[in-house]
Design a protein around this ligand. Structure first.
Ligand SMILES: Nc1nc2c(ncn2[C@@H]2O[C@H](COP(=O)(O)OP(=O)(O)OP(=O)(O)O)[C@@H](O)[C@H]2O)c(=O)[nH]1
Ligand SMILES: [Mg+2]
Length: 412
């Protein structure tokens, strides 16, 4: 298995297992012979974790079997596709749903039907039998429904059998589980039988306004308990993204804040007048499995009354300066104070490094009195000849990507 490089490496290099940023970074994938439980609270779905894990594996040549009792194979595949995870020849489904509904499902090379999903022995023998057919991974969606169908003691003994099969065939298993309020003793037994548990929960305050996952246990990673919880968003299409709800982009007038936001995101909007921002910019960034919402401030002093509000709840900052205008540097620092983001993780962007008279990085550091721990990245316009003095311009992606990597790394 290739090493997971996360923000430092090329996403295509990742030898998949989870295919989910931060999870692969923390757990280095799912090794052979291991069982992972993805345990969700009822208010949040965990099915997208399944889709994404399946997709990462089937696209890298791993044969995957899905035991499916939650929905029909057709709607499962459609839902996967809506997240931009189309099936391929490596995906096989054991259909334990059609038999419940009585709706006839045609068997294909890739879909096998369990005629009587209420028959414990048939379910067991089909699943265990299938595991001998070279699957690198089996996904059970859903394990809690299996517990509802039969009873918890049954599914606990079923886990033992799955474990034996997975170990003897060098496979791995992912169980999708929603805790509908089962007896604690039973759930504890389940947790004790799996190698890793990943919790998926909502942050609830009357309404759910965020979702996070956290590694509750993992027996192949040292200090798994120290792993932090990770805010995420399930995006259609796109799947699970580690999510930063608010990153502030600030700096003096004309430094290139709007240019940065428009270059980093596909969907940026600005409230502008004559090319200058008068209220805010917003754009969402998708980068290496991460999603961040960027909020840009105006630079002109007459909008300073807005700054405090724009800085609220930001968790990190891009501070943008014009490399040719050291006289604005005190203003740059002042904007960190006025947005009340001084002290948050920050990456300084020395923009317009393409212009004559641009200061060198070291000089900018000195003049801004930057601590050596703070990252400074130089950015330039993609095409100097098309820069319009009344419009934000597109910045070269190298600098943008370096800046995103640097801040995201500090935030996780
Ligand atoms: N040559 C060059 N021009 C740039 C670069 N980045 C931005 N510009 C130009 O600089 C001007 C200001 O860019 P903006 O992105 O609007 O700056 P801003 O910080 O959002 O400005 P305010 O919102 O008014 O504070 C525009 O004319 C851009 O085209 C760069 O890297 N190189
Ligand atoms: Mg602007």
């Amino acid at each position: 298995m290739a090493e997971y490089k996360g923000l430092d490496g090329n996403e295509e290099d990742i030898d998949p297992y989870f295919g989910i940023a931060k999870l692969d970074e923390q757990l280095k994938g799912i090794p052979e012979k291991k069982i992972v439980l993805i345990s969700a609270s009822p208010s949040v779905g965990n099915e997208v974790f399944g889709y994404q894990i399946i997709h990462k594996n089937i696209t890298s040549g791993v044969k995957v079997l899905v035991f499916l009792n939650r929905t029909s194979p057709q709607s499962y595949l459609t839902d996967m596709k809506d997240y931009d995870f189309p099936a391929n020849d490596n995906l096989f489904i054991l259909d334990a749903y059609s038999g419940i509904t009585g709706i006839k499902s045609d068997e294909t090379d890739h879909i096998k039907v369990i005629n009587n999903p209420y028959d414990i022995e048939e379910v067991k023998s089909k699943v265990i039998g299938a595991l001998g057919n070279g699957y690198g991974l089996i996904v059970i969606d859903s394990f809690s429904l299996l517990a509802d169908f039969f009873n918890f003691p049954f599914v606990l003994s079923f886990i033992d059998e799955i474990k034996n099969a997975v170990v003897s065939h060098n496979s791995a298993a992912v169980l999708l589980f929603t805790d509908w309020g089962y007896e604690k003793e039973n759930v504890d037994k389940l947790l004790s039988k799996v190698n890793s548990t990943i919790e998926v929960k909502g942050i609830e305050k009357r309404v759910i306004f965020g979702q996070y996952f956290a590694v509750l246990k993992c027996d192949w990673v040292k200090e798994a308990n120290a792993l932090s919880s990770v805010l995420f968003k399930a995006i259609k299409p796109g799947g699970i993204k580690v999510y930063f709800p608010k990153i502030l982009v600030t700096g003096p007038t004309d430094a290139g804040k709007s240019s940065f936001i428009h270059s980093a995101s596909k969907d940026a909007v600005s409230v502008d007048k004559l090319g200058g921002t008068i209220a805010l910019d917003h754009g969402s960034v998708d980068f290496k499995g991460y999603r961040a919402d960027l909020f840009g401030t105006p630079g002109q002093e007459r909008f300073d009354p807005l700054l405090k509000m724009l800085g609220e709840e930001a968790i990190g900052v891009f501070l943008i300066v014009d490399s040719t205008k050291p006289e604005q540097f005190p203003r740059a620092v002042e904007m960190l104070r006025k947005t009340e983001t001084y002290g948050l993780p920050v990456v300084v962007i020395a923009n317009k490094a393409d212009l004559k008279g641009a200061l060198k990085g070291e000089e900018i550091r000195e003049r801004l009195h930057l601590d050596s721990a703070i990252t400074l990245i130089q950015t330039v316009a993609e095409n100097l000849s098309t820069v319009d003095p009344n419009q934000p311009t597109k910045l070269k992606s190298e600098g943008i990507n370096e800046a995103l990597s640097a801040l995201f790394k500090q935030l996780t």
